[in-house]
Structures are given as structure tokens and as C-alpha cells.
Design a protein around this ligand. Structure first.
Ligand SMILES: Nc1ncnc2c1ncn2[C@@H]1O[C@H](COP(=O)(O)OP(=O)(O)OP(=O)(O)O)[C@@H](O)[C@H]1O
Ligand SMILES: Nc1nc2c(c(=O)[nH]1)N=C(CO)CN2
Length: 163
């Protein structure tokens, strides 16, 4: 079994349609997809709000490198241009975790190094997996509770948008 958690983000153009494109590309392997969240930007803060969501996907035939290729292929389809780090993008697909795999290869860091401090990932992930664990870091609910209130407040569920 190879179960992966992928995070989706968009803050350029028709944001929802880019998230749709990603979910449609994952349809055959999709186990669960979260609601869509409108989120205040972290990192570079002078940029538009993001739409974020998280998917759980499963395919016994794909290892963690294959999930990275899947993520990059989805970004390519969204004609993502690589600009500045943490800057605006049509579609960002990060591999958050794959089973219990730990990797310190810079091409594929697992779990994704930002996960434990990003409410934009933890909140949607917990919605679809309340027992989620970040390998090596602990339970996602405990990690979320440890974040500043402002970080959690910046993540708002958009009940009017669906994937
Ligand atoms: N877990 C991972 N998921 C996706 N890409 C990863 C991962 N670990 C390392 N990378 C590498 O990161 C690079 C892509 O970085 P990218 O431009 O998406 O970073 P970013 O989205 O700006 O920042 P962040 O990764 O902190 O969210 C790729 O070269 C990819 O090989
Ligand atoms: N709210 C939010 N902010 C971000 C995001 C993101 O997905 N959501 N992604 C970034 C680049 O990886 C930089 N900043």
C-alpha cells in the first residue's frame, strides 16, 4: 500500500478551477478530499489569499517518488511558472506525507518540512483524517493546537466552494 497526503494551493487566476484540475487528475486514486479553505498567505504576506485543500490518495503501485512526479505533473498542467520562493502560483501541489516514509533528500523531503507549523495544511487534513499523524512529529491535532491562534484564524472554510 502507498497512501499519500497531498496539499493543494492556488492564489493566481481562477483559483478554484486550478484546484479542480488537480482533483480531477487524482480521481482514480482519490480516497478523500477536504473542503476548500480561504487562507491568509504565510511566508510572503504581500500576495493574494490562497485557496487550500488536502487530498488523501492511495495506489499500491506508486512509491513516494512516483507521488512527487504526480504532484509535478499536476502543476505542469496548471502551467505553473516557477517564480520566487513562497510567491504567488496557479497551483502548488506538495507531498505532505507518504505512509511513514522519512526522507532528507532535498528533492523530496518527507514529511514535508513545513507541515507541522502550517495551519493551512493541518486544518484541512484533520477534517478528512481526525487521527492524522505527521511522521516523526506527532498527532496533527496536537500540532495544530500548539500553533498561535492567529494562524488558525487565518484559515476559513468556504462552504460555498466544492471540489
Ligand atoms: N515533500 C515535497 N513535496 C513537493 N516538493 C518537494 C518536497 N520536498 C522537496 N521538494 C522539492 O521542492 C521543490 C519545489 O519547491 P516549491 O517551489 O514548490 O516550494 P514552495 O512551494 O515555494 O515552498 P514550500 O516547499 O516550502 O511549500 C521541488 O524541486 C521538489 O523537488
Ligand atoms: N496561505 C498560504 N500561504 C502560502 C501557501 C499556501 O498554500 N497557503 N503556499 C506558499 C508557497 O508554498 C506560500 N504561502
Amino acid at each position: 500500500m502507498s497512501r499519500a497526503v497531498l496539499s493543494l494551493g492556488s492564489n493566481l487566476g481562477d483559483r478554484l478551477s486550478y484546484l479542480h484540475l488537480a482533483v480531477e487528475g487524482l480521481r482514480d486514486v482519490l480516497v478523500a478530499v477536504s473542503s476548500v479553505y480561504e487562507t491568509a498567505p504565510w511566508g510572503v504576506t504581500d500576495q493574494p489569499d490562497f485557496l487550500n485543500a488536502v487530498c488523501v490518495v492511495d495506489d499500491p503501485g506508486r512509491d513516494h517518488w512516483a507521488w512527487l512526479r504526480t504532484a509535478q505533473e499536476l502543476e505542469r498542467r496548471a502551467e505553473r511558472v516557477r517564480e520566487r520562493r513562497w510567491g504567488p502560483r496557479t497551483l502548488d501541489v506538495d507531498v505532505v506525507a507518504v505512509d511513514d516514509v522519512r526522507s532528507d533528500d532535498p528533492e523530496l523531503l518527507l514529511p514535508h518540512p513545513g507541515t507541522h507549523e502550517r495551519a493551512t495544511v493541518l486544518i484541512p487534513w484533520l477534517e478528512i483524517d481526525p487521527d492524522a499523524e505527521v511522521p516523526g512529529k506527532g498527532r496533527a491535532d496536537a500540532l495544530l493546537a500548539a500553533l498561535p491562534e492567529d494562524d488558525r484564524a487565518g484559515v476559513r472554510r468556504r462552504a460555498d466552494l466544492t471540489l
